[in-house]
Write a protein that binds this ligand. Structure first.
Ligand SMILES: C[S@@+](CC[C@H](N)C(=O)[O-])C[C@H]1O[C@@H](n2cnc3c(N)ncnc32)[C@H](O)[C@@H]1O
Length: 208
């Protein structure tokens, strides 16, 4: 089954609050975002947004320039439905991040929780990095959450890569400066514990 079909099935077969990565609020992400204190006009993209409640919490904080990208149309449709009238200030992009067309130097913040770690092929990670570097503004921020070194080796029946902060730094390369790492023990809806690594990086665009 291809990647697109896999995720479309996940988002149509299981209630959003029953998937292993569900959290009522993305607390660590929100802690990092609150610390950044970006203006409410900041341009924020969430990669592999799924049906997470991050946009709800960002709208409540006043952010109004939000973009949600996901490979699954069903996931984005469910989010549209959940947000109701609040949805008007959100841009939706249905795309695979390894082939998405994104605007140049557009975003102040790129957020990804639990997507990058599914990219086990080096070529896919290179495509991801290319889009990240092209569409973040110079000086922009990256909040990247993956499974940590003690996290699971599979998720949603797919292999994942686990990272510590130095490995993630090496993966992203010198244009990204690690500002702060944090680990979190995530409780899944079925009661298991998964170690996540969250890293805040700042982007210093390479000089051409
Ligand atoms: C583990 S879920 C995480 C969802 C959300 N970020 C969260 O924290 O609740 C992974 C999400 O990424 C999406 N996804 C997986 N691979 C993707 C890809 N290559 N490009 C875009 N989205 C992808 C899936 O549809 C799913 O919504």
């Amino acid at each position: 089954m291809n990647r697109h079909q896999h995720w479309e099935n996940v988002h149509t077969d299981k209630p959003a609050d029953q998937v292993s990565w569900f959290a009522p609020h993305l607390e660590v992400s929100l802690r990092f975002i609150d610390k950044l204190a970006l203006p409410t006009s900041a341009s924020i993209i969430d990669i592999g947004a799924g049906q997470s409640t991050l946009p709800d919490d960002l709208l409540t904080r006043g952010y109004r320039n939000l973009t949600l990208l996901d490979i699954s149309p069903a996931a984005l449709q469910a989010t549209r439905h959940r947000l109701g009238a609040r949805v008007h200030s959100i841009q939706f992009i249905t795309a695979d991040i390894t082939s998405a067309t994104l605007p140049q130097a557009q975003f102040d913040l790129w957020h990804d929780r639990a997507v990058f770690h599914f990219l086990t092929a080096p070529g896919d990670r290179a495509e991801y990095r290319q889009r990240l570097q092209q569409s973040l503004k110079p000086g922009g921020h990256l909040i990247l959450a993956t499974f940590g070194p003690q996290g699971p080796t599979r998720c949603s029946n797919l292999d994942v890569l686990r990272y510590d902060a130095p490995t993630l730094q090496r993966e992203l390369g010198s244009p990204f400066r690690l500002i702060e790492p944090a680990t979190q023990l995530h409780q899944t809806p079925s009661g298991a514990t998964q170690q996540f690594l969250y890293c805040h990086f700042q982007f210093n665009a390479p000089t051409p």
